[in-house]
Design a protein around this ligand. Structure first.
Ligand code: B12
Ligand code: SF4
Length: 497
């Protein structure tokens, strides 16, 4: 059976990274393990129109991933495919997991997978395969016939039968044993077409840059974070299991850098200590690696950071969010500023580069508290300060607060990309104008410091990446034009939905 997985086109409006989609890489791997003929079509790097690809490959089932800013592109992609080929279309990913009916209602979407996808996707493929066996003349209409009841017992899906009725089946429990999953199928991607993890910082050939996931989920519930919408407990792979994949990336695939994509890799400190020991013992620590999304500062002990550095960790991020102690409490981050200071201090002392994530425009922010955030970023002085304009994703607590007490300014889901300088909402005295002013000020004040510039130009990679860095600096100051260009491209490319 032929299986097609799609990442709809949605490059970010700044010159940032484009990396293989790890969720699709996992789905591809389990599909191959089940014996299916699998293709991944990543529209961000493909030149061919999706219709042409579908006409050639003639898939029996199509899966499309969608986060919030991508979902409209996912719908357009589904519509374009249905116009040329009768095939069941399944959507999955963070956005549709929160608002499954919204997508299932679309005439060109048959089914939505909620939450973690591997087991549900396999069951769907199995059902389609079984159906194909006794149907020489395949039709999606027949597959979705309510009288056949094919989908009645499949957990974790929301689907539309051919009479137009939407059905919501019970959730599927999270995968218990992550060690049982195959490794992500990187061979299904055109690796030479991607960038490395942090292209503005490191000069690494994109095809030698890989990601890994050592745990899934997060036990915290920060009010602004979409992770909190996933009903998934924190679960971890064993250090031994991670080591084998690590070895595969380094030895078989020639990795020159590895990005650990976990939301909160250090929930169990002993597990990470053991992994670090294994990486050292197995002499895999010559390949630099990065905690791209941050580890919990309250669990980043000096001893752990030291050991991780020995194991090849080059850079780590920490979620700081705000410089105001009261706001830090209201967002339920469960951390205090002294702990964050300590984590940055320890990380720098053991020789790690640091990244800080900060949010401008949290509900309750004022000019003064946003200034505190900028000042705190300057005090912590990470190598990279990433300021995001507060973007209320559906399903988060912040989204509910803003819907009740504020005014959303976004027109549609495509406005939910947060690397641009436009405010997404207003609430009380927190006006769009104020947020946008402070957002621009944050980048200016942090990056245009003589100390920062002096440190940046002394890094070898700064000069190796000179052209890119100049472009990036320009785009940080003039992002609006870029966004409009992105929107123009998407609209030119789009079919009405
Ligand atoms: C790495 C990462 C990135 C990377 C790479 C993205 C990529 N190509 O994969 C970069 C930096 C580019 C990125 C960018 C953005 N990201 Co991001 N990112 C992540 C992160 C940290 C890890 C993603 C990952 O690999 N997860 C592990 C895999 C296994 O999970 P998964 O991809 O979700 O896939 C599983 C299920 O969702 C499901 N599934 C997914 N797709 C499909 C499809 C089908 C058919 C099926 C059946 C199932 C299925 O099954 C998969 C396997 O279990 C997540 C946080 C997280 N915990 O997931 C945020 C996250 C996905 N990102 C998020 C956001 C907001 C963004 C941006 C919009 C931010 C921005 N800059 O504006 C952009 C959008 C970029 C774009 N072009 O679409 C949000 C999404 C929230 C939402 N409601 O959409 C998340 C959840 C972070 C958060 N906690 O808020 N991101
Ligand atoms: S911001 Fe980090 S700690 Fe908070 S819920 Fe999201 S992943 Fe967990």
């Amino acid at each position: 059976m032929r299986v097609l997985l799609i990442n709809p086109k949605f490059r970010l409006p700044i010159d940032t990274r484009t990396t293989p989609h790890l969720g699709l890489a996992y789905l591809g791997a389990v599909s191959e393990e089940a014996g299916y003929d699998v293709r991944i079509f990543d529209a961000d790097v493909e030149d061919q129109p999706v219709e042409d690809f579908v006409r050639e490959f003639r898939p029996h089932v199509v899966g499309i991933t969608a986060n919030t800013p991508q979902v409209m592109q996912a719908w357009r992609t589904a519509k374009r495919i249905k116009a040329v080929h009768d095939v069941p279309i399944v959507l999955g990913g963070p956005h549709v997991s929160v608002l499954p009916e919204e997508s299932a209602e679309k005439p060109y979407v048959d089914m939505v997978v909620r939450g973690e996808g591997e087991a549900t996707w396999l069951e769907i493929c199995q059902k389609v395969e079984d159906f194909l066996k006794d149907q020489p003349e395949f039709s999606t209409q027949a597959l979705m016939d309510p009288a056949k009841g094919i989908w009645d017992r499949v957990q974790g899906i929301t689907y539309k039968t051919s009479d137009g009725v939407i059905h919501t089946n019970p959730d599927r429990p999270a995968i218990r044993d992550l060690d049982s999953l195959p490794w992500p199928a990187y061979h299904l991607f055109k690796m030479e077409k991607y960038t490395n993890l942090q292209p503005a910082m490191d000069k690494v050939d994109g095809s030698r840059s890989f990601s890994i996931l050592t745990s899934r989920g997060c036990p915290y519930r920060c009010t602004f974070c979409s992770q909190s919408i996933m009903p998934i407990r924190w679960r971890a792979r064993s250090p031994e299991n991670v080591l084998e994949e690590w070895r595969h990336l380094v030895v078989d695939l020639g990795a020159e850098e590895i990005g650990v994509l976990d939301d909160s890799a250090n929930i169990r400190v002993d597990r990470l200590m053991r992994l670090a020991d294994l990486i050292i013992e197995n002499r895999l620590n010559h390949v630099p690696w990065i905690f791209v999304n941050g580890i919990r500062a309250n669990l980043a002990t000096r001893e752990l950071l030291f050991k991780l550095k020995q194991a090849g960790l080059k850079r780590t991020a920490f979620g700081v969010e705000t410089g105001d102690p009261e706001l830090l409490l209201t967002i339920d981050k469960r951390i205090d500023h002294d702990t964050i200071r300590e984590a940055f201090k320890n990380a720098k002392e053991v020789g790690l580069e640091t990244i800080g994530f900060f949010i401008i425009g949290l509900p309750g922010d004022t000019r003064e508290t946003m200034q505190k955030t900028i000042d705190f970023a300057i005090e912590l002085d990470p190598l990279i300060a990433n300021f995001s304009m507060m973007t209320p994703y559906p399903g988060t607590i912040v989204y509910e607060i803003i819907k009740r007490q504020g005014r959303l300014l976004v027109k549609n889901w495509e406005d939910y990309v947060f690397f641009d300088n436009r405010a997404r909402f207003e609430m009380g005295d927190l006006t769009a104008e104020l947020m946008e002013e402070m957002f621009r000020k944050a980048y200016r004040q942090f990056y245009w410091r003589p100390k920062y510039i002096w440190r940046a130009v002394r890094r070898r990679d700064f000069w190796l990446n000179f052209g890119r860095n100049v472009r990036l600096a320009y785009r940080t100051v003039f992002p609006r034009k870029e966004k409009d260009e992105l929107r123009r491209q998407i609209e030119a490319d789009a079919v009405p939905i």
